[in-house]
Design a protein around this ligand. Structure first.
Ligand code: KIV
Ligand code: NA
Length: 266
């Protein structure tokens, strides 16, 4: 099967085909998601709260993103691998964004990067695009701005906030963004943005009117104790892993494992 590449994104939108995106933080899971036809794998900075034991995404480093991205990219054959630019690694200047992104492509093997924010990061998007680095935008609830926003709340409610979000979306697309993640945005606003842009929108808590959908894989697969209202558990992987672990421990303790078939003679 042919790999998903950046020009395919607009083409899929034009054909009305929905894009499937999922986070991945390592090659073990990325291989499974890729084999099941997930179009875009996001090495999200949500690795911070989902894998690394942090409370949010703020502490995630570029080095951590490089390691995770490399693991995902090496295991992926078809999906487009998008790596998040972590907090503090792109906001200060286009040059800073470029230096970080180059690491994620050269050392990590990413195909594209994602950054949070609207009109204040369009210069970053412009330079990256000119430099051959595709950029995915991210508007609405932007977790890296948690200390400003004051928590995980729906964004873009009310006419002024909706107009501002739409203006940010148009500015990102004009600057060269190849897709746009919309997180925790009222469905009618997400649909309005989707209708306005030629690039695909990818929703998470943004309703069914987007061109695609993304979820954190632990929420999708039933690995998380708690998941946001906009998520759905499509499996019980956590319970399956717990059961395998319990069975292994019991077999070791009762002496049924290892058996003769697992044992080498002289
Ligand atoms: O880091 C992440 O997982 C994300 C998605 C929620 C879009 O940015
Ligand atoms: Na993220």
């Amino acid at each position: 099967t042919r790999p998903v590449r950046v020009p395919d994104l607009r083409a899929l939108k034009e054909r009305g085909e929905r894009l499937v995106m999922l986070t991945a933080y390592d090659g073990v899971t990325a291989r499974i998601f890729d084999e099941q036809g997930v179009d875009l794998l996001l090495v999200g900075d949500s690795i911070g709260d989902n894998m690394l034991g942090h409370r949010n995404t703020i502490p995630v480093t570029v080095d951590e993103m490089v390691v995770a991205t490399r693991s995902v990219a090496r295991a992926t054959k078809r999906a487009l691998v998008v790596a998040d630019l972590p907090f503090g690694s792109y906001e200060a200047s286009p040059a800073q964004a470029h230096a970080t992104s180059v690491r994620l492509l050269k050392e990590g093997g990413a195909n594209a990067v994602k950054l949070e924010g609207g009109r204040h990061v369009t210069e970053q998007v412009r330079l990256l695009t000119r430099s051959g680095i595709p950029v995915v935008g991210h508007l609405g609830l932007t977790p890296q701005a948690e200390n400003i926003l004051g928590g995980k709340r729906v964004q873009g409610r009310g006419e002024d906030a909706a107009d501002a979000l739409l203006a940010d979306a148009v500015a990102l697309a004009d600057a060269g963004a190849v897709a746009l993640v919309l997180e925790m945005v009222p469905a009618p606003l997400a649909a309005r943005v989707t209708a306005r842009l030629a690039i695909p929108t990818i929703g998470i808590g943004a309703g069914a009117g987007c061109d695609g959908q993304v979820l954190v894989w632990l929420d999708m697969a039933g690995m998380a104790d708690w998941a946001p209202r906009f998520s759905r558990r499509f499996g019980e992987v956590g319970a399956a892993l717990a059961e395998a672990t319990r069975a292994y421990g019991a077999a070791v303790r009762n002496g049924s494992f290892p058996g003769p078939e697992h044992t080498y003679g002289e």
